[in-house]
Design a protein around this ligand. Structure first.
Ligand code: NAD
Length: 492
């Protein structure tokens, strides 16, 4: 990735964005637009269409028609694969442009954005495209007087509502398997990360996705997202975001057509460091990146570090040194390790958690707003020596704020780890193989790392337990959401 190329793109004018409905770019039905403010410097980047309920309904109707007439679901899986593979190539060819556009809108450091956004989206589309013509149905081992066939059928119209931290990666985790399965999609990006998803969907049209198969409606959650959730014509709703919104979606499904709802929600993931960790320096280094990359705006961020008391002081010292060395700054400088916080609202929320901990008398390292003179939203990593009763220990910050808390026994570590309403991710650092596997069993989370943090690839599922959600993105298991089982029971 070359810095001159990034610099050439960083100030390029960005045209106003519109919805993509039924294969056409269209404005909001009432002409409304939303101004996009760049978190890099607070400047106005462009506008996008501020969707109305009518826009959401038009997109759903287009997706319904496209599904029902079989223009996509009726293709041979190998034919869908061909189009999706071409699309993945187009996304990859535009990766730097897409990454820079996304960073200008959401502030993620460019190195991570390039890998985690367009390149990851291309890889995801490719992965599901390549898988779809290898999935067969079943012949049941039934009484030979009968034939029991189990078909897998595309589930229908999928509503996908995604957040702002990794719009392309998380978006592709939804539309990749959904489209490969033969579903049609109405996608609703987050208010502060919409542009790249519209552009990627346009590339889909170029690759040969028929009109109406992938529609993108930009705008506000309580308007566009709520209309998708309440629709009688959406069969499956997939969501990544906050628990509060997740609850609303379940209510809307209950009040409308009982659509299936799959939620990927927040986390307060414990990262447990035992005194027998193979390498405490490595643990401190990886743990720092496990919370501070993308300014902590990572659903699986290891935001609660629990450290065995005998190494607690040494670990905090090492972690503080790692945090201080993280280069927070201009997200379009390829040497930056943590870019801007996504919005002023998120920054203020982060700073409130830090201030509250200080007011309660807790030791806090870092955590100040920095680079205010740029007009952007930046914050130093914060390490809070927290107690289990503290709000910062229990609630998700979704910012560069980590708590560190000592423990004495394995049982206490488990109790602390499981002591929140969340259950998304976790980590255990230990050189003791038996303990590692015991902890994997005892920790209530969808993903438990051992002697590492983050970086799990597409081949394994990601999903939460407890109030971190249900259902899984990534891996072949993701298809379960988008394929219905149908039995044919035949008397022979
Ligand atoms: P959010 O719930 O506010 O918004 C997510 C999406 O929901 C956005 O597109 C938003 O417009 C939409 N939305 C908001 N209100 C809505 C409503 N009433 N009806 C329908 N849609 C509505 O969350 P956020 O602030 O964008 O994202 C941050 C949260 O996402 C954090 O809690 C984070 O942990 C979580 N997250 C989870 C994962 C995961 O895989 N589990 C991944 C990334 C982020």
């Amino acid at each position: 990735m070359s810095q001159p190329r990034i610099d050439a793109l960083r100030k390029a004018p960005v045209e106003p964005f519109q919805h993509l409905i039924d294969g056409r770019s269209v404005p909001a039905s009432d002409g409304g637009v939303t101004t996009v403010v760049s978190p890099i410097d607070g400047s106005r980047l462009t506008t996008y269409a501020r969707g109305t309920v009518a826009d959401a309904e038009a997109a759903i109707a287009a997706a319904r028609r496209a599904f029902d007439d079989g223009r996509w679901s009726g293709l041979a899986p190998a034919a869908r694969k061909k189009i999706l593979l071409k699309w993945a190539d187009l996304i990859e060819a535009q990766a730097v442009d897409l990454a820079v556009l996304g960073v200008r809108e959401n502030g993620t450091e460019i190195g991570m954005a390039l890998k985690a956004e367009p390149l990851s989206a291309a890889a995801t589309v490719r992965y599901y495209a390549e898988a779809i013509d290898k999935l067969a149905g079943e012949i049941a081992p039934t009484d030979p007087a009968f034939l029991g066939l189990v078909h897998r059928e595309p589930a229908g119209v999928v509503g996908a509502i995604v957040p702002w931290n990794f719009p392309l990666m998380i978006g592709a985790w939804k539309f990749g398997p959904a489209l490969a399965a033969g579903c049609t999609v109405v996608l609703k990006p987050a208010e502060t990360a919409s542009l790249t998803l519209v552009r990627v969907a346009q590339l889909g049209l170029e690759a040969g996705l028929p009109a109406g198969v992938l529609n993108v409606v930009t705008g506000e959650g309580p308007v566009v997202g709520a209309a998708i959730a309440a629709s009688m014509d959406v069969d499956v709703l997939v969501f990544t975001g906050s628990g509060a919104t997740g609850r609303r979606l379940l209510e809307a499904a209950a009040r409308s057509n009982l659509k299936r709802v799959y939620l990927e929600l927040g986390g307060k993931s414990p990262n447990i460091v035992f005194a027998d960790a193979p390498d405490l320096d490595e643990a401190a280094k990886v743990s720092a990146m496990g919370i501070f990359r993308n300014s902590g705006q990572v659903c699986i961020a290891g935001s609660r570090i629990l450290v065995e008391r005998s190494v607690h002081a040494a670990f905090v010292e090492k972690l503080a040194a790692q945090a201080a060395a993280i280069r927070v700054g201009d997200p379009l400088d390829s040497t930056t390790q943590a870019g801007a916080v996504n919005s002023l609202r998120q920054l203020q929320q982060n700073l409130r958690f830090v201030a509250e901990a200080r007011e309660a008398g807790r030791t806090v390292i870092g955590g100040a707003r920095i680079r205010e003179e740029t007009g952007g939203f930046y914050m130093e990593p914060a390490i809070v020596e927290a107690r289990p009763e503290d709000r910062v220990f229990r609630e998700e910050v979704f910012g560069p704020v980590v708590t560190v808390t000592p423990f004495d026994t394995e049982a206490e570590a488990v109790a602390l780890a499981n002591g929140t309403s969340y259950g998304l991710a976790a980590a255990v650092w230990t050189g003791n193989l038996s303990r590692a596997h015991r902890m994997v069993r005892k920790i209530r989370a969808g993903l438990v790392h051992v002697n590492t943090y983050g970086g799990s690839d597409l081949t394994v599922p990601l999903g939460g337990v407890k109030q971190s959600g249900n259902g899984h993105d990534k891996s072949l298991h993701a298809f379960d959401k988008y394929l219905n089982l149908k039995t044919a029971w035949v008397k022979l």
